[in-house]
Each structure stands twice: as C-alpha cells, then as structure tokens.
Design a protein. Structure first.
Length: 249
C-alpha cells in the first residue's frame, strides 16, 4: 500500500533527528500515529522497516491503535499489558521491544505516541513509569518540531477502515508510582522470576518452559501474585509489579 518513497517511510531520518534526546534515556524507537474520525491516518516512525512490515501484513486492520477513535481514552499503556501480543512479538524481530503508548484523544482524532527500546533493555520501563511528565513534554515538542512533516503526511489522504474492539482503560490510581503500600511488598525468588518473564510478554506456557515448570503451576503463581498485589487482571499485575522498589528486583 505504501512505497519506499512514501512520506510515512521516507521521513524516518527526520523523525529520528527530532527524537535524538530520547536516546539518552535508553529509548531507541519512537512512532506517531494520528487517526481521524473520517478514517484518515498518519503514521510516522524512526523505524521504517517495522512500519513497512506492519502494512505488508495488514496489521492496520487489527492493531491496538486501529480501532475507531471514539473507543479510546487518554492514558498511557505498556505494550506488555495489551491484547494481540503477536504484534509486539513481530516488533521484537525488528529490534523494538519494551514499548509504551501515550494516547491523547481529541474531538476529531486520536494520537498515539509510541516509545520503545532494544528488546533486552527491560529497565527502560522503570524510566517510563517514573518520568511520565518528561514523555508528555516530549510529545508536545515532537508535534511542534514535526509540524511540517505531519501536514505533508496528512495531505496524502490515506483512509483505512477501523475495527470496533475497545482498548482496555486503566484507571490512573492503578498507575500511581508513589503508592507506598505496594512498595513494601516483597516477592519470592520464583514469583520474581515469573513476573520478569511476564514483563517480556511471555505466556504461562512459555514461562513454564523457561523455568522447567508446568503452565498450571505458573498460572497458580500468577493467581497468588494477583492476590498479593490486589490486582484484578494481568494488566494491573504487570503495572503494579513495576511500582515495587528496585531493591526488590
């Protein structure tokens, strides 16, 4: 659908130049998606190879950022907490992992600011959760510095269909990194190993294979972890785990 000289791809060097400050934070990947109510789209990125693969495999028909704009709420979400994990497994093949979306909704469109790092750099997620203000400020600067590129991309009038699957919404209190009660909780070595593998997006079956345990045993660990951290689901569990004091990791 898009050729190598399409602005979505050809602008990647200019986008990378704007995103240079992120490298000092361990962030090696950035993407910007803008979806209008009309179906018009804008995709900009520092990694044109990943974006081209996204289009070639028609992930724009199913992606977590491809629902009707009315289905989103302003928030930030870790990729590891989202459905359709095969999308992020694919991203890791292109050297991109440990991602986060900062979502901003508007009357006529929704914006997705994507941040990522090298797949082995799991510590970058701690940076995200402790520096949300910095990421929000960067998003504002990006819109300012990339204004001309965004307008050129909008002029291409790429219109695509939306699906209607809603993205989970995580209440802000779940993401409160200053929750001292959570900081006091300690995990066993086995629980800690299980959580770190979950953070990498691994399923219970994959975690079991890594730890030489059955998937049922892993599911039991996860159940106990949910009770210990008072979580309703895996998404909250991963987020609260990242709030624990680093000395516990």
């Amino acid at each position: 659908m898009i050729t190598p000289n399409h602005i979505f791809l050809s602008s990647s060097l200019d986008i990378a130049e704007i995103c240079k400050p992120l490298k000092n934070c361990g962030i090696s990947y950035f993407s910007y998606t803008k979806n209008y109510q009309s179906g018009k789209r804008v995709y900009l990125t520092t990694n044109p190879y990943l974006l081209r693969n996204y289009f070639e495999k028609k992930f724009y028909l199913v992606g977590n950022c491809e629902s009707n704009p009315a289905n989103y709420q302003s928030q930030f979400v870790l990729w590891s907490t989202l459905p359709k994990q095969y999308l992020y497994k694919e991203a890791r093949m292109f050297g991109v992992g440990n991602g986060l979306f900062l979502i901003k909704t508007h009357a006529e469109f929704v914006e997705f600011f994507g941040f990522g790092s090298q797949p082995e750099n799991h510590m970058v997620i701690n940076f995200y959760l402790n520096n949300i203000d910095y990421l929000q400020n960067f998003c504002s600067l990006f819109i300012e510095h990339a204004e001309k590129i965004i307008k050129q991309a909008e002029a291409c009038d790429i219109i695509l269909p939306y699906h209607q699957e809603k993205l989970p919404h995580f209440p802000s209190h779940v993401l409160n990194v200053k929750n001292t009660t959570i900081h006091k909780i300690k995990l066993t070595d086995r629980q800690l190993a299980c959580m770190k593998l979950m953070l990498e997006g691994k399923t219970a079956k994959m975690i079991g294979a890594t730890l030489n345990l059955s998937s049922r045993t892993i599911e039991t660990y996860i159940h106990h972890l949910k009770r210990k951290l008072r979580c309703r689901n895996k998404s909250e569990l991963i987020t609260k785990f990242l709030q624990l004091d680093l000395g516990n990791k």
